[in-house]
Design a protein around this ligand. Structure first.
Ligand code: GLA
Length: 388
């Protein structure tokens, strides 16, 4: 894989950007999630933060009433479209663009023609939300360029809707929320039901967050994601027979669930049990963080992976291999798959002195096993999207 960071700095790109003369520049980050996976669309808790990898948007008005052009420098491709005739084409990334534009129009905002250049050091398909960075960054850029006065929360919500309605993933709100709202050196404990949140200080020295990218992205991810969502809904529908007041897994206790285990299809039960347990783990992890108890935090990460692998079944052999491999190294307190699953990264809580040696050994073992390269990078909790 190319080193996307150095690409973003290349003189060729800097020259193109210099000539472009943007009116507005936005940095829009990807995110990590420490714990709380597949809980957001179940109205539960998550613990994400934006990271120091971004898509940068350079935007300018072009004087036309409705013609727009968006170019990706990294991928050397341009998409031209008309605001009044935004038909979807085959390239998936353009669906995010059209989704954002259409969702902004639905809010009654009027737009005019604009040009946009994008460059990125955020790997795609790695489970660190390049999609949310794309949606939210474009929405922020358009908001600033046309002075639309959208609030941050409106940007979060319209970006999520863009993904639902124009990409087809019925994602939760975590990624967009983290990409927009994060504050550096903090993680967000977000209640996805009320959208109330706490910014938890994240001072973990001498530990670091290390991401190991499997560089696989199994094609199941979108379809299986929507299937998981439906399975959880089926679980809630069944539980309503005995607990009519319940409208999401957020409000189900383990005891309530276990009482009717025999009434469940075993797969649906496993999905529900994972979600209920994962919500509990987020709350326990927040307490561990407040107490500076990174050992407990790490154990919760391992338990989260175990649930994702065996009960929720959204992991894959490459992610499981890396998680198992980490267990032999005492400098690693916790490791788990991150994001939607079926590929992407593991997130590791690792002592800073061990990073280099561990990355070398993990790369070697991974290559030996799968004949694939592993990509590694550390991530810092960073600010959400902002104008630069
Ligand atoms: C994807 C979705 C999020 C969330 C995670 C799993 O990243 O976009 O909303 O559901 O998967 O936690």
């Amino acid at each position: 894989m190319q080193n996307q960071y150095s690409l973003a700095q290349s003189p060729e790109y800097l020259a193109q950007i210099g000539q472009f003369k943007a009116d507005v520049v936005i940095n829009s980050p990807g995110r990590v999630n420490l714990i709380g996976e597949h809980t957001d669309y179940n109205n539960g808790f998550v613990m994400p933060t934006a990271i120091d990898k971004t898509i940068q948007f350079h935007l300018r008005k072009n004087g036309s009433k409705s013609l727009c052009s968006i170019s990706s420098l990294n991928y050397n491709t341009t998409y031209n479209f008309d605001l009044n005739n935004t038909n979807l084409n085959d390239a998936e990334w353009t669906h995010y663009i059209i989704g954002v534009v259409e969702e902004i129009k639905k809010l009654g905002k009027s737009l005019e023609g604009f040009d946009c250049l994008m460059l990125s050091n955020l790997p795609m398909g790695a489970g660190i939300s390049s999609s949310a960075a794309l949606e939210c960054g474009l929405a922020m850029g358009i908001n600033e360029l046309f002075d639309l006065k959208l609030t941050k929360l409106e940007i979060v919500k319209l970006s999520q809707l863009a993904e639902h309605n124009y990409v087809g993933t019925k994602c939760g709100i975590m990624d967009q929320f983290a990409s927009v709202m994060s504050v550096e050196n903090h993680v967000i404990k977000l209640d996805c039901e009320s959208l109330e949140y706490e910014m938890l200080p994240f001072a973990i020295e001498p530990y670091k967050l290390l991401l190991l990218n499997t560089n696989v992205s199994h094609s199941l991810s979108t379809s299986e994601y929507n299937v998981r969502r439906e399975e959880c809904e089926k679980g809630v529908a069944l539980l309503k027979k005995w607990y009519p007041e319940i409208d999401s897994l957020r409000h189900v206790s383990l005891e309530q669930l276990r009482e009717y285990k025999s009434e469940f299809d075993s797969t649906i039960y496993a999905r529900c049990e994972y979600v209920v347990e994962e919500n509990l783990r987020v709350t326990q992890a927040a307490t561990a963080l407040e107490n500076n108890d990174l050992c407990t935090f790490g154990k919760l990460m391992y338990a989260s992976h175990d649930g994702l692998q065996n009960k929720y079944e959204v992991s894959c052999k490459e992610l499981d291999f890396l998680t198992e491999f980490s267990k032999d190294n005492e400098a690693i307190l916790g490791c788990r798959m991150m994001g939607g699953g079926f590929g992407g990264c593991t997130i590791n809580l690792i002592h800073q002195d061990a990073v280099e040696e561990y990355v070398a050994s993990a790369k070697e073992a991974y290559y030996k096993k799968y004949n694939l390269n592993l990509t590694a990078f550390t991530a810092m909790p960073s600010n959400g999207g902002e104008r630069v």
